[in-house]
Every structure is written in structure tokens, then in C-alpha cells.
Design a binder for this molecule. Structure first.
Ligand code: FEO
Length: 167
């Protein structure tokens, strides 16, 4: 099997950093929800952060399997405060939309290079991004219906607290 090109290796390494950055953003959101006493939403974000580490590790392992060299990049400081639960979930959705764009660009690059194993590996991420945008988007829509106060928020918080880990 041909080696990973340097260009693709660099792009995959950048994606590891983006996935770890995602974990960091969701951990910041988890801390915000903990401070708001919305423990269910905090739990949801904690699991989301853990999933993102899993995504980073999938690419980490893939680069190693292809005899490439993993190189980790710097991660930006995430926000501390959010205006509301809706603001946090809207930012989570926008973040996922950005990640979808990055995955699509990576796929285009693998396709240009006829690197079939990378294309197959990235197909998992393409499917996953559909789920990621759907799950954050659903919470955004529910929060819009509920508004930011009242019993509805507590019911949604309880529901999101029931999220199970995927592994
Ligand atoms: Fe790893 Fe949420 O995208």
C-alpha cells in the first residue's frame, strides 16, 4: 500500500487537533452547565467531549497504521461563559457544521490523491457528522420551543442527563 502523502498526513494531523479542540470546547460547555446547575446538559457535554477524543484517536491510529507520523498541534483556549443554554448549544451546532466542512475538505483531498484507505476511514466521519449535527440541532430546536426558563428547561435537562456513552 502506498504511504500517506505528506500533504494528506499534515491535513490528517490538523484534523486530530480540530477533534481535540472540539473536546476542549465541549468540556468548557460542560463546565458552564455545571456552574448553572444544569447537570443533565453538563453530562451531555461531558460525553460529547469524550466522543471527540475518540474521534481524534481514530485518526491518530490511522496515521500510525499507515506508517505516518502523528504531530499534535496547539489548541486554542475555549470560551468560559455563554449567554444561555441556547447560546451554548447553538455554538455547539455551529462548531459541528465547521467540523463537517473540514471533514469534507479532507475527503476531497484523499479523493484527489486516490488514497482509498483514507477515503474509507473518512466515510465513518461523514456519517458521524450527520449524527453530530442532528443531535446538537435537536437540542437547539427544543430550547427554542422551551425558552430559557421554567419547568421545560428542567425536563429537557433531565432528558439530556440520560444520554448514554457510545462505547
Ligand atoms: Fe468529531 Fe463532533 O465531530
Amino acid at each position: 500500500m502506498p504511504a500517506l502523502s505528506k500533504k494528506l498526513e499534515r491535513a490528517l494531523n490538523e484534523q486530530i487537533t480540530h477533534e481535540l479542540e472540539s473536546a476542549y470546547v465541549y468540556l468548557a460547555m460542560c463546565a458552564y452547565f455545571e456552574a448553572q446547575n444544569l447537570r443533565g446538559m453538563a453530562h451531555w457535554m461531558r460525553l460529547q467531549a469524550q466522543e471527540e477524543v475518540g474521534h481524534a484517536m481514530k485518526i491518530f491510529d490511522f496515521i500510525n497504521d499507515r506508517n505516518g507520523r502523528v504531530e499534535l498541534g496547539a489548541i486554542e483556549k475555549p470560551p468560559v461563559e455563554f449567554k444561555s443554554p441556547l447560546d451554548a448549544f447553538q455554538k455547539a451546532l455551529a462548531h459541528e457544521q465547521k467540523i463537517t466542512g473540514l471533514i469534507n475538505k479532507l475527503y476531497d483531498l484523499a479523493d484527489d490523491e486516490d488514497d482509498y484507505p483514507t477515503e474509507v476511514m473518512l466515510q465513518w466521519f461523514i456519517d458521524e457528522q450527520v449524527e453530530e449535527e442532528k443531535s446538537a440541532g435537536e437540542v437547539v430546536e427544543q430550547l427554542k420551543l422551551i425558552g430559557t426558563q421554567g419547568a421545560g428547561l428542567l425536563i429537557l435537562d433531565k432528558h439530556l442527563g440520560e444520554r448514554k456513552s457510545e462505547d
